[in-house]
Design a protein around this ligand. Structure first.
Ligand code: KG4
Ligand code: ZN
Length: 327
């Protein structure tokens, strides 16, 4: 089964070609440098750049995979969650190609894609597993009992983890995107220097990071002179602590042995390191995608498309973008 996969949910335009479970090509064009001057993704600009880039990327992905468009058996495309104008570029292209070639189309949930990135790097991995999905828009603890079967055990009540990284980075004038900027500053700081709160630590599986962000704001207002690297390191440690403790608690509750990291924040070195340490100590096996599969990409969409196509779970041609699509 040859798969063409398209991802345009936010600010990366991405196309991948897969054959069964294998990924033959995976190309991404990031718009980070375009949105940097605005300090965040501007939806209208993102959509326009997707439109400009998507056809050239499609050509590159097919060339790299040595697959011609006529050989493609099924098209997978991100249906949501994401920015509606951005999603529509990918969906319109996917529908046009599928209709022209007379092949089926599969609408894919972006968050499911992030989780399935783990199955690309680890072919031996299968459900059941507990996934921590941490991205710019989401923070969710997801129990995956089987292929395509998800239970969201907890989610953020306000800011997503990535959003908190981005906002604190802006507050500290560390740059955009915030996650990598905080991570680099934190390497030069002391993570134990400022006791920022660990929100909702003892309460269930939900998260709340907006209060933590406000604590950082108050700290910077109270202390006119402070070490930015210490603030970054202490903030990162607080957020990582909460994510790690809740993930382990959720995995224990479900009695699973496998934990999977997913989403853009899964690229965070401290999170990867600490979750690895604690997972080992507590008897869990941690799976984490390689860095290029943590950020938004279409290989993860191809992997979901394969599983859904195997089961005949195709979408109709009146499929639409769903900006707040749930797992
Ligand atoms: O999954 P993703 O690429 O896009 C969404 O689906 O939202 O995630 C983007 C988020 C941004 O908030 C970015 O700051 C964060 O992932 N991020 C990181 C790191 N790299 C990216 N957060 C912490 N540490 C990182 N190294
Ligand atoms: Zn994402």
């Amino acid at each position: 089964m040859k798969i063409l996969a398209i991802e345009t949910s936010c600010d990366e335009t991405a196309v991948a070609v897969g054959e069964g479970k294998a990924i033959l090509s995976n190309v991404v064009s990031s718009q980070i440098s375009i949105h940097r001057k605005y300090g965040g993704v501007v939806p209208e600009i993102a959509a326009r750049h997707h439109l400009k880039n998507i056809i050239p990327l499609l050509r590159i992905a097919l060339d790299e995979a040595k697959v011609s468009l006529e050989d493609v058996d099924v098209i997978g495309v991100t249906q949501g969650p994401g920015l509606v104008g951005a999603l529509l570029i990918g969906i319109s292209l996917a529908k046009s190609i599928a209709y022209t070639l007379g092949i089926p189309i599969v609408g894919v949930n972006h968050l499911q894609g992030h989780i399935y990135a783990n199955f690309i790097d680890n072919p031996e991995l299968t459900p059941p597993l507990l996934a921590l999905v941490v991205s710019g828009g989401h923070t969710e603890l997801v129990y995956q009992s089987d292929w395509g079967e998800f239970e969201v055990m907890g989610a953020t009540r306000d800011d997503a983890a990535g959003e908190a990284f981005d906002k604190v980075s802006r507050l500290l004038a560390l740059g955009y995107p915030g996650g990598p900027a905080i991570q680099e500053a934190a390497k030069k700081g002391d993570p134990n220097s400022i006791p920022f709160p660990r929100p909702l630590l003892d309460e269930g599986f939900d998260f709340s990071f907006s209060g933590l962000k406000t604590s950082v704001l108050y700290f910077t207002k109270e202390h006119k002179i402070y070490n930015r690297n210490d603030v970054a390191a202490s903030f990162q440690e607080a957020i990582v602590d909460v994510l790690v403790i809740k993930t382990i608690r959720a995995a224990k509750k479900k009695g699973v042995k496998r934990i999977a990291l997913a989403g853009g924040v899964a690229a965070n070195e401290r999170l990867r390191q600490k979750l690895e340490e604690v997972s080992k100590r507590e008897g869990f096996v941690l799976y984490k995608p390689s860095l290029s599969l943590c950020i938004d990409n279409a290989a993860m969409i191809a992997r979901v498309t394969y599983e859904k196509a195997l089961r005949g779970e195709f979408s109709s041609f009146d499929m639409n973008a769903v900006p707040n699509l749930d797992l």
